[in-house]
Design a protein around this ligand. Structure first.
Ligand code: SME
Length: 161
């Protein structure tokens, strides 16, 4: 069992502790699936206001569902389709305040209202995207984006296939 002391005060406190926990649990472990699974679980347990948290991996030029927490989700997403596909196509984080206003949004869970998708690159190559969904409009701010981007930069070398 792993127990991490993760503050729920300010977002700065939350991300400081969450990044440390992610580092501790993935450090020295080379298995990509194990690391993605534990990171999804840590985010799910400690980040409030989510209804889905997990990964889509680049497999043969499309995104394929990876370890996650939440409802069963669509399995394959073409590059350029939906919010995840936009992150994969542009290699830029997508922070969407209202998914219903996003052209081509793929509704895996009808409860989702806002979404944050961070591309994960290693040596310039797209490995995966981290996808977070929330049932609240505009759930994610710049601090969430920066925190999740830091997590993705940290785990990139630890989720190589
Ligand atoms: N909403 C995403 C699809 C993945 S689910 O949210 C888990 C999208 O538009 O890419």
């Amino acid at each position: 069992m792993y127990t991490f002391d993760i503050a729920q005060g300010t977002k700065a406190d939350l991300y400081r502790d969450l990044i440390a926990a992610v580092d501790a649990i993935t450090s020295g472990e080379p298995d990509a699936v194990a690391n993605m699974a534990n990171v999804a679980a840590l985010i799910w347990e400690h980040v409030p206001g989510l209804n889905w948290a997990g990964f889509y991996r680049m497999v043969d030029s499309e995104l394929v569902l990876g370890p996650f927490q939440g409802k069963a989700a669509c399995i394959r997403i073409a590059i350029g389709k939906g919010v995840c596909g936009a992150a994969a196509a542009t290699l830029e984080t997508q922070r969407i305040e209202d998914v219903h206003a996003f052209p081509g949004h793929i509704a895996c869970d009808a409860a989702s209202q806002s979404e944050l998708v961070v591309p994960i690159l290693h040596h310039g190559k797209l490995l995966a995207v981290l996808d977070l969904d929330s049932p609240h409009l505009a759930r994610f701010d710049a601090e969430d984006q920066a925190g999740m981007e830091a997590i993705c930069a940290l785990i990139a070398p630890r989720i190589t296939p």
